[in-house]
Design a protein around this ligand. Structure first.
Ligand SMILES: *Cc1c(COP(=O)(O)O)cnc(C)c1O
Length: 485
């Protein structure tokens, strides 16, 4: 199956190459020329891992042996072989995406991407090692490190801003094991780290680090189609769970509410619908950085605003990269998309044509929730449903309530839960009125005592684990650091 750039329909590559390259050469994102056919009824009877092999295999047909790759990616690495269990809270169904090795939803995709890359490398006959370079503001770095740990033919180097991630996030990264991993703090903020990474990418020779050092650079961020494809699975899994519990009949539509940042997760839901899953409305939940709410309501995307630092930091984002894929797949117009992206780059905003806006509003609804409302929601859900959710999930829950109140839509609703409450212990503990004294590790213990919900194993042992990666460098030394690996 061929993939081409959202900005140019004439640049076709196969699915293995799309995974290897990440981004198209013109800066666009890879999209399939035509979506594959999926036997939805058969898929819904399968285990989560079978669903994964079927769906990812259909989208990336040039990568062989998908069943084996799925097993290598997920077997024994998640708390359950279901990977992403659902919980019926009595009000909404919560789809828990945080039961993986780092307790964040990014695990679902970043466990699979390394397997896909390493297999794609074999298919394309690429001999050189691949070096994954990533700047992280917290969650992605650790999930990528765990996913790529000891994967053959791939190395990974993660930069994070010194003092710019939480104590738990830092501890997760600096204690990382593996023979192919490097982690380094950069004196500066997240933007400095990200700019440093982009500069290293910009100075490659034929995709290699230097002429003498041919490591092929690649990235683990969510523009890669190999990260998007695995996220489609859990929409099928959630639907299958509702069927099993007798809450729906085959063919009934289900609404999904998704805490959104880069638009990757919710786009996977839209793709699930295109593959034939009976999805009703996709509800896009933002925090105070509500650029997507404005876009979906008005048709104008405007990034000319201040970035707010919120209690749901993984959604603090002004440019949602994956939206470009939706614009293309809905309009089929590469020239339009190229022009809109150019406007965004030069003017900081764009407006989509009326016909396209109508299609977007038919599929999506959008709302947002600030930190105060989020905290109130955590408390209310804990008291009323006896369910403890994290700050990102709380935004989703609050927006889901707004949606139901404003539309009266009675179809079943699934809220996607994107992080364990233990990844954000200070905010969660404060929300339920707990005592927040002490560092984040102490707060985790308090949260466990107050709620009776056990701390996930990967976070519980962190404080005692040995620190292996303690380098701190100036931002202009990042390239040197990479060359020394
Ligand atoms: C990355 C992330 C999100 C946002 O997902 P997108 O695919 O970027 O929209 C939401 N919540 C958490 C906890 C995340 O780590």
């Amino acid at each position: 199956m061929l993939y081409h750039s959202t900005r140019n329909r004439h640049t076709a590559v196969d699915s293995a190459q799309a995974v290897l390259s990440g981004l198209a050469p013109d800066g666009g994102l890879y999209v399939p020329e035509k979506l594959p056919e999926i036997d939805v009824a058969a898929c819904l009877r399968e285990t989560t891992m079978q669903m994964a092999a079927r769906i990812i295999g259909a989208l990336l047909p040039d990568i062989p042996d998908m069943t084996t790759l799925v097993k290598q990616a997920y077997s024994g690495k998640f708390q359950t072989d279901e990977l992403t269990p659902t919980v019926d809270t009595g009000k909404f169904t919560v789809l828990e995406l945080f039961r993986g090795p780092t307790s964040a939803f990014k695990d679902v995709a970043l466990s699979m991407l390394p397997q896909l890359m390493s297999a794609a490398k074999k298919v394309k006959g690429v001999k050189e090692d691949i070096l994954i370079l990533t700047a992280t503001s917290g969650d992605t770095g650790k999930a990528a490190l765990v996913g790529f740990q000891d994967v053959e033919g791939v190395k990974i180097c993660v930069f994070y801003p010194d003092g710019g991630v939480s104590a738990v996030q830092r501890a997760q990264m600096v204690t990382q094991d593996g023979n192919n991993v490097a982690v380094c703090a950069v004196r500066g903020n997240f933007d400095d780290a990200q700019t440093g990474v982009k500069n290293i990418f910009a100075t490659t020779v034929d995709g290699c680090l230097t002429e003498g050092n041919c490591l092929r650079l690649s990235s683990a961020n969510s523009i890669n189609i190999g990260r998007l494809a695995p996220q489609i699975i859990y929409y099928f899994k959630a639907y299958a769970d509702l069927l099993k519990r007798g809450q729906i009949k085959m063919g009934d539509e289900v609404n999904f509410c998704v805490p959104t940042g880069n638009f990757g997760n919710i786009l996977a839901g839209w793709l699930a619908k295109q593959l034939g899953l009976p999805v009703g409305k996709l509800i896009c939940a933002s925090n105070a950085n509500n650029v997507l709410t404005d876009f979906i309501t008005t048709g104008t995307y405007d990034r000319r605003r201040v970035l707010h630092k919120t209690d749901s930091p993984s959604m603090d984002i002004l440019v949602s990269s994956n939206l470009e894929r939706l614009l293309y797949l809905m309009s089929g117009d590469d020239l339009l998309v190229a022009d809109l992206m150019k406007q965004l780059n030069t003017n900081g905003f764009y407006t989509v044509p009326e016909t396209l806006l109508a299609k977007i509003q038919d599929a999506f609804w959008a709302g947002w929730c600030d930190d105060a409302k989020g905290a109130q929601t955590i408390r209310k859900v804990f008291e009323e449903q006896n369910y403890l959710c994290d700050t990102h999930t709380a935004s989703g829950w609050a927006v889901a309530e707004d949606y139901v109140n404003q539309t009266g839509d009675t179809r079943p609703l699934v809220v996607l839960s994107t992080a364990s409450p233990y990844k954000f212990p200070a905010a969660v503990l404060a929300a339920i009125g707990g005592d927040t004294t002490g560092d984040e590790f102490a707060q985790m213990e308090t949260l466990e005592r107050v709620t009776g919900i056990p701390i996930p194993g990967n976070l519980a042992g962190l404080r005692e684990k040995q620190e292996r990666h303690t380098s701190v460098i100036d931002k202009d030394k990042m390239r040197e650091f990479v060359l020394s690996l």
